[in-house]
Design a protein around this ligand. Sequence first.
Ligand code: R5P
Length: 313
Amino acid sequence: MNTIHVDDPLVFALPGNESVAVGIVDALEAEFGIAEIRDFPDGESYVRMISNPRDREVVLVGTLHPPNDRFMRIAFLADVARELGARRVGLVAPYLAYLRQDRRFHTGEAVTSRTFGRLVSRAVDWVVSVDPHLHRLTSLAEVYDVPAIATDAAPLLGDWVKRYVENPLIVGPDAESEQWALVVAEVADVPLVLLKKQRLADEDVHLTLPRVTHGTDRVPVLVDDIVSTGRTLVVATQLLRSAGFPAPVCVVVHAVFADGALERILGAGTARIVTTNSIVHSTNAIDVVPAIATAFDSSRRSSGGTGRSHRGP
Ligand code: R5P
């Protein structure tokens, strides 16, 4: 994996991203920047950079969920940082939005992953994210014009399963989930099974379970990158329960959760659902900072930094 080298970074947290930003400040031995960020009553955003970014590397920490207004704040902060003399401005977006519409499925549709990638690339000099939803895309470079690094939370999910689930069976709800499920199964050193998924509409999901000849005494752990409507986890839970498994535990990277999704998943009979803090949510139990830290060149840290490191705000 390529890494980003940041020299003397000044880290700003977008609202709601403070805990991940503090982790990044610690990991990079960086300085926490102070900014005022708020919305006017009409919905427009106000941003004011209070810490001086002159000749500094600015790191903005802002997850992109929900993406539209979040992006505007990032664009305003990036612009003012440059106007005030920042050398470079990078974005750590633990959740990177607009990656699912990566082709024109119907005539006239906007390929939003391309357009959004161009917009972000004009705003910042580099991007770091966690498990971006690369389905038909092979890398972020297909839609981002600036260096864009995808880090991997699956080992952290595997550590969580190893610590907290006794006698698990890892279950990937579809072929795409294999990349995470496989790593989780390896880290936890337990077996894996993949379901087959057919999505007929946003909320219409069909799943099938391959013939399982053993393991129904194990606790199924459903591993996925995103929970959105929750239909995938609801249908998978129903399928596993009807096949005789105990109540499954769900372990997911990005807690997107559309309205009512959490209630639907819990109501379907799952034992528990846990997510990473790439998006702040009540189900967060796994910290993504160790994954994000792998995107940064560690030479500055090993040489002792500048000595101006401190926590805040
Ligand atoms: C599919 O491609 C993803 O990996 C997830 O399975 C999907 O986004 C989950 O969506 P939902 O919660 O709406 O079923």
